[in-house]
Design a protein around this ligand. Structure first.
Ligand code: THU
Length: 126
């Protein structure tokens, strides 16, 4: 897995973030088993609850293209510290596997990697 490439793609996606309310820009890059990368950014709304996070945008982008086998997802913001997926995004990522590696990066490209099953133990599942 090429972490630098994933981070670069996540940074590029972050440039498209629409975050006029929080000022917090997030980008995500999702690696599929067939070595493709799908990206996403956060898209906010004046009706705040309609906001979609970068991670979910990346997952929905991949699924919309017919991809469901995911190996890793990198997420990076322009805030301080490592960017960690919110609870809703953890549940959405977990839908597609327990072993997906989540690369949580800081804006200076330091990162920590954990499996989604570590980030969301005892998830809801049918
Ligand atoms: N956000 C993400 O896109 N991903 C995260 O992991 C955390 C939060 C977005 C949602 C909102 O647009 C902004 O960051 C502040 O919460």
């Amino acid at each position: 897995m090429d972490v630098s490439r994933l981070l670069l793609m996540a940074e590029q996606a972050r440039q498209h973030a629409y975050a006029p309310y929080s000022g917090f820009h997030v980008g995500a890059a999702l690696l599929t088993a067939d070595n493709r990368i799908f990206t996403g950014c956060n898209v906010e709304n004046s009706s705040y609850g309609l906001t979609v996070c970068a991670e979910r945008a990346a997952v929905f982008n991949a699924v919309s293209a017919g991809k469901k086998d995911f190996l890793a997802l990198a997420v990076i913001s322009d805030g301080g510290g490592y960017c960690r997926p919110c609870g809703a995004c953890r549940q959405v990522i977990r839908e597609f596997g327990r072993d997906i590696q989540i690369i949580m990066a800081s804006k200076d490209r330091q990162y920590e990697i954990k499996k989604i099953s570590e980030l969301l133990p005892e998830e809801f599942a049918f």
